[in-house]
Design a protein. Structure first.
Length: 323
């Protein structure tokens, strides 16, 4: 029987989470050309982390800015990411999970409510010799008015013990996305030095693929499996973008949908280093973390930019799991 946590203790943790929200800094933009909650490839394990058939996790974090959009109004959701995940043991070696994005409950979110179902996940496990394996299949159920899912992600995950004190996690996966979104844009996103003009509404469809890679090591320091972790992450993306400006003036005799559409290509990649602490107890798991982008590359229609370590764009947060 798992250890039960007193209501007073839960209340203290809730107060600490609320207080940490007030301490987080100002605006930040998404790394991708569109905003997305991404709970995957972050210290992901091929081993089940709960015991009584279900678990509830909450994560709050600061989302770093990305180079794609320069308008301060581009991301209406703000810098804070708040999400919850419900895990259920569907069978002895299969988990079913639902991930909810509740960032809209902290800041105003145009075109969406305070709670959104972001991902539905199925994860079968198996064990061979001294290594655990899993395949994770996740879909974003939001409809874009067509057939199929807005986003589909499939990954292979493995976890192995290298010694009594050190374990290793590895994950590789592919993602397919067909996402429509709106943003306010001031000038050309590549010409950062331009004078700020009047913002314009831009509607974009992003269609493309991503590849993700995660490799991490964990140093365990107690019998419950608590550990310090260091994780390397890499992601690369390739998107076709179709942009339209519905309120742009055109001549009446030539105005049609094609006149207001721009077609382009967005390619990018980023490598991260994440570090943190995972404290495990029978009834809960608590994990603060910090991540720094070590290398970033972006190519928009042949215009290429690269960056080295960007400490001003770090991400940090904490995750709490009740199990």
């Amino acid at each position: 029987m798992a250890h039960r946590i007193p209501i007073r203790t839960l209340s203290r943790w809730a107060s600490a989470l609320a207080f940490s929200v007030l301490l987080l800094p100002g605006l930040a933009l998404a790394q991708r050309p569109f905003d997305v909650l991404d709970p995957f490839y972050q210290e992901e394990s091929a081993r089940r982390a709960f015991y009584d058939g279900f678990a509830l996790s909450g994560e709050i974090g600061y989302r770093s800015s990305g180079p794609f959009r320069q308008s301060p109004d581009a991301d209406q959701r703000g810098p804070l990411a708040l999400s919850f995940q419900l895990d259920y043991a569907l069978a002895s070696q299969i988990d079913l999970s639902a991930v909810f994005d509740v960032s809209g409950g902290l800041v105003s979110q145009l075109g969406g409510g305070p709670v959104r179902l972001s991902w539905i996940v199925v994860k079968p496990y198996w064990h061979n010799e001294h290594t655990d394996y899993a395949v994770r299949i996740a879909v974003d159920p939001v409809s874009e008015g067509g057939l199929g899912f807005r986003q589909t992600d499939i990954a292979f995950v493995s976890t192995s013990d290298l010694s009594p004190l050190i374990s290793s996690d590895f994950a590789i996966g592919l993602r397919r996305a067909h996402v429509g979104y709106e943003r306010l844009q001031v000038g050309d996103p590549l010409d950062i030095g331009l004078e700020v003009g009047d913002p314009e509404l831009v509607r974009t469809r992003a269609i493309g693929n991503e590849i993700h890679l995660m490799w991490g090591h964990n140093l365990h320091f107690d019998p419950a499996g608590s550990n310090f972790f260091l994780t390397l992450l890499a992601e690369a993306m390739d998107y076709d973008l179709v942009e339209s400006r519905p309120f742009e003036d055109t001549e009446p005799e030539t105005a049609d949908d094609a006149d207001n559409e721009d077609r382009g290509r967005y390619r990018g990649g980023v490598g991260w280093v994440r570090a943190g602490l995972e404290l495990n107890r029978p009834g809960y798991q608590f994990s603060p973390f910090v991540g720094v982008p070590m290398a970033t590359w972006m190519d928009i229609e042949g215009e290429t930019n690269t960056w080295g370590p960007r400490f001003q764009n770090l991400r940090f947060g904490l995750r709490l799991t009740l199990r």
